[in-house]
Ligand binder design. Structure first.
Ligand SMILES: C[S@@+](CC[C@H](N)C(=O)[O-])C[C@H]1O[C@@H](n2cnc3c(N)ncnc32)[C@H](O)[C@@H]1O
Length: 307
């Protein structure tokens, strides 16, 4: 795996300018996944929880809302823009005592062993270039008996009820797409970026997570190797219809790491061409009474650290 030394810094920086928009979108579209994670670690019984790659704090605030007033939460992230937004929200909601945010790298945490009895992370692990190190750090800072739940973006496993339902939905969707009746996030923007913007180095999420057949299985194996027991894999997903092209652009240009990084590196003229092509596609679909769809899904790996 080749990773340049500043990959992590650049990845985190790519969020700095979009923290506001990201926060709105996370609340709109990732609530069920955040709730699922806090339930998976049995939040009501936790004393201190770490939220790794916390972003603007969606899971941290969900944990605060569903735990006792004695429970404290530490959100950790590498993006200053995301952390600033998260801290401001903690202050506005009078939660700064219980919910704190700090800069840190998931792969090298400046925290003592056995620091917390809960560890959650939503949509962040696929950004870490060395997930084995991040899994090892997660288990190190978790106290014996502590619970962990980590989610990454994924479809459901094929041989499950959700997997069969999604496969059938995907066939119906393909049919509508072929007839110009549907476009989906974020494959629409990624396809148009490939067509209209020049390629850049390190445009994707971390190498290990792109193009792998079973990313979730790989990550689960890393957690088990790091010491996680009673491991299980679940899936939580929702389909959303987005009302118009502007909202769809904001969604995709913020959420897609691939698009975000390319757009930041492109010239205004190149981005104008991209946006024009994007709008034309959306308008054509809406005029044909079609829909703009965002299908969100996360695989959740959970378990505990043995006593
Ligand atoms: C897709 S966002 C998810 C944010 C949040 N968990 C949510 O779901 O709303 C991924 C986050 O991981 C952070 N991140 C990337 N690399 C990191 C690292 N090495 N250590 C800690 N955080 C990192 C990014 O800055 C970003 O805020």
């Amino acid at each position: 795996m080749t990773v340049s030394s500043d990959f992590k810094a650049k990845d985190a920086e790519s969020y700095d300018e979009v923290a506001d928009k990201f926060d709105e979108l996370a609340q709109l579209y990732a609530g069920p996944q955040a709730r699922y994670l806090t339930q998976a670690i049995d939040i009501a019984s936790r004393k201190h929880v770490i939220d790794m790659g916390c972003g603007t704090g969606l899971v941290s605030f969900e944990a605060a809302a569903t735990s006792s007033h004695q429970t404290t939460i530490t959100g950790i992230d590498l993006s200053q823009g995301m952390l600033t937004q998260a801290k401001a929200k903690a202050e506005q909601n009078l939660l700064s005592e219980r919910v704190t945010f700090q800069a840190g790298d998931a792969e090298a945490l400046d925290l003592p062993d056995d620091y917390a009895d809960g560890f959650v992370s939503l949509y962040a692990f696929s950004h870490f270039p060395h997930p084995d190190k991040a899994a090892h750090e997660a288990l190190r800072v978790l106290s014996p008996g502590g619970r962990l739940a980590v989610a990454i973006g994924s479809g459901p496993q094929l041989m499950t009820r959700a997997g069969t339902g999604r496969a059938a939905a995907a066939i119906r969707r393909k049919w509508r797409q072929m007839r110009g009746r549907e476009v989906t996030a974020c494959d629409q923007i990624d396809r148009l970026v490939r067509k209209h913007l020049p390629p850049i180095a390190e445009g994707k999420v971390a190498d290990w997570a792109s193009g792998q057949r079973d990313v979730v299985g790989l990550l689960e194996g890393l957690f088990q190797a790091a010491g996680l027991v009673d491991c299980r894999r679940d899936w939580v997903g929702t389909d959303h219809s987005v009302p118009d092209a502007d909202a769809f652009w904001t969604l995709q240009s913020t959420i897609s790491t691939f698009a975000r990084k390319h757009i930041a590196a492109a010239t205004p003229a190149q981005n104008a061409t991209l946006k024009e092509a994007f709008r034309a596609e959306c308008d054509a679909v809406l005029q044909a009474n079609g829909k703009l769809t965002y299908s969100v899904g996360a695989a959740v790996i959970s378990g505990r650290k043995p006593h």
